[in-house]
Design a protein around this ligand. Sequence first.
Ligand code: PLP
Length: 493
Amino acid sequence: MRYISTRGNHPAVASARAIGLGMVPEGGLFVPESIPQLPQLDSNAPYKETAYQVLAPFLSDFSDEELRFCINNAYSETTFDTDSVINLIKLNPAYSIMELWHGPTAAFKDIALQIMPWFLKVSKEKIGNNSHTVILVATSGDTGKAALEGFKNCDGISIVVFYPDEGVSEIQKLQMSTTDGKNTFVVAVQGNFDDCQTGVKRIFSDPVLRKELANKEFELSSANSINWGRLCPQIVYYIKSYQTLVCSKQITYGDPVNFCVPTGNFGNILAAYYAKLMGLPINKLICASNRNNILSDFFSSGIYNINREFYRTNSPSMDILISSNLERFLFEITGHDASKITTWYDELGTSGSFQIDDQTRERIDSLIVSGWVDEKQVLQTIRNVYDKNGYILDTHTAVGMAVCNTIGPFDNHTVIASTASPYKFSCSVLGGIEQKTCEDEFSAIEQISSLTGKPVHRAVDRLRDRPLHHNTVITIEQMNEQVRAIIESLKVR
Ligand SMILES: *Cc1c(COP(=O)(O)O)cnc(C)c1O
């Protein structure tokens, strides 16, 4: 499989190269040149086997042995607390919850970020790349910790995480700043998530820095979902959950289902779209937004416009205005029209908005339904689902459920992607259940544990007692300089 740029500005590369580069250096994102079709799948297959079947054609430059090595390291008893990696919970005949948060940091991002470091390690060996890779991550909270856990103590790789100083929860901040490991750097930025993401993109396209780096045998890469190595492992769980529905006889093989995905950067829902392109019987993709409803506005109007207010909500990992992976989606849905994508994204760069054509809109309308909910609806939904089903949703998953309640019911069974454990956003979650303000994250964690009768997720257990390892705070303008300084310090080691 070869990877091409969404803007038609880069020669096709093998997957090892696409993963190593992260994004197209000239701007644009790598996408597979064609879509492999799903083989006949055994619905009883363990997660690792499904992962192998799905990933092999995308990573065709990896040998069987290399790919199985990556999969076995990523999805082991030490990394995930369930053999099946994900759990599918039947809420009622209409809805299932796909729990994607059984990894080390309690967010769905673990599923990709536990395997991506192994992809990168194997990729580097394959192409004989001996330089030290510096992974740059911009995070709205969850990616940062998941990437730190995935990459910590990886030989030949260091990781730098930038997060908005006041844009992440107390728990997320603590999770990141208590990360140990000799190759981890965590930096708070005085700005919002989009500032961090734009800052990271600016570092990537800083030609002076790039040249300096090459001379010093360092190179930059990314672990954000703009990296294909992040995206392709996410396709697996859509297919796995479908198999599970077949296995438990809730559907028969071939029946269409819907997936509802609480969306920020458009990565997770894009993986569902790739699963559909591969032949998984998906009817609708439900794109659920919080009050930062740029995506649901886009799907209803055809206009993507970032000139709008940014809100901090109780689903902070979706507080995003620039959904990077939308570019890949538009490239696929326009039939690989790189010149359209280039025009639209040039317009986005200059005026902060672009408008798609009617033909593209029609294609999107037949596939995507979207909606958004405010914070009150999120809390109300957490309470309703708890009262009715005794099941506790996290705030992001509740955005998905609430949007389904607003725009449903649907003809087919609908699987809601549960992107975080309720423990990760305990105060908000408990606030929803008890309908009063919650002051203390740590006692909220304990209370959720007693409500569910289940032990606290290991990602947040005893978090308060762990030593702090990181406390750097910088301005947006200092990001390039910070990376330079970190690289200098790595040289000395
Ligand atoms: C990252 C994240 C999201 C958004 O996922 P995207 O792939 O960016 O759309 C939703 N929920 C949680 C808990 C997350 O960590």
